[in-house]
Design a protein around this ligand. Structure first.
Ligand code: ADP
Ligand code: MG
Length: 250
């Protein structure tokens, strides 16, 4: 569902992704671990072309991201085409990024109504279903400021799902939350994984990676140092850098 082939990304002279290869099958949950600054967020952002890659290629469900191929040359897509691709790729950030002036329900309805051109009643029915799915069926009228961080993040997940994405990308979705609110967000992500969603999850939640992850990738210095079955990598890391990192977070 997601293929990342020899992806390089530079900011100026700073090469922060130095040849990333990764495949995530349909329905698979891939957890990405690694120290701060190792390139995890940049890699996620490249998958939906929020960052342009300098070399390599990324496909989602067979579609080349951000570029069109004619003959053996690649041309960058127009904004409109990129926007169309992004609809298939849900993203949830560390900060909840809800529209503060809209209720939870309106936050979720906004995309399908404005972008997908569905009727308001259809959008509302679907938004209520999604709110119920994330355990907030009775909070549709609340504004973000009236919700806890964990509730806001669950609304953010529902909002991403409202666009019916083919894959979901999560960038440290629980890192900004008070510890007692982490579990409710991870539970929603666990249900989503069980429903068959393809997910790429940057996280420091080792327990989640072990229990829910189908694969685990450890990044450091812009490369994948080690990848494999989460249970195996966590129990028996092969590389010194992975061992050093895990000894700090476990
Ligand atoms: P991580 O998410 O693993 O902490 P990031 O992908 O955010 O790492 O950052 C990787 C490196 O890229 C860091 O050195 C960071 O300073 C740099 N970087 C990230 N975004 C930008 C940017 N927009 N401009 C310049 N440098 C950036
Ligand atoms: Mg990051």
């Amino acid at each position: 569902m997601i293929t990342i082939s020899d992806v390089h990304k530079k900011f100026g002279l700073n090469e922060v992704l130095r040849g990333i290869d990764l495949e995530i099958a349909a329905g698979e949950v891939c957890c990405v671990l690694g120290p701060s600054g190792s390139g995890k967020s940049t890699l996620l952002r490249c998958v939906n072309h929020l960052e342009k890659i300098n070399a390599g290629r990324i496909t989602v469900d067979g579609q080349l991201i951000g570029y069109k191929q004619r003959g053996d040359r690649l041309y960058e897509m127009r904004e409109k085409e990129i926007a169309a691709q992004r609809r298939d790729i849900g993203m949830v950030f560390q900060r909840f990024n809800l529209f503060p002036h809209l209720t939870a329900l309106d936050n979720i309805m906004e995309g399908p109504y404005q972008v997908l051109g569905r009727s308001r009643s259809e959008c509302k029915t679907r938004a209520l279903e999604l709110l119920t799915r994330v355990g907030l069926g009775d909070r549709g009228g609340a504004y973000p400021s009236q919700l806890s961080g964990g509730q806001q993040q669950r609304v953010a997940i529902a909002r991403a799902l409202a666009m019916e994405p083919k894959v979901m990308l999560f960038d440290e979705p629980t890192s900004a939350l008070d510890p007692e609110l982490v579990g409710e967000v991870l539970d929603v992500m666990r249900d989503l994984a069980a429903s068959g969603m393809t997910m790429m999850v940057v996280t420091h939640e080792i327990g989640f990676a072990r229990e829910v992850g189908d694969s685990l990738v450890f990044m450091d210095g812009g490369v994948i140092v080690e990848a494999g079955n989460p249970r195996e990598v966590l129990a028996n890391p092969q590389h010194e850098r992975t061992k050093a990192f895990l000894s700090k977070v476990l």
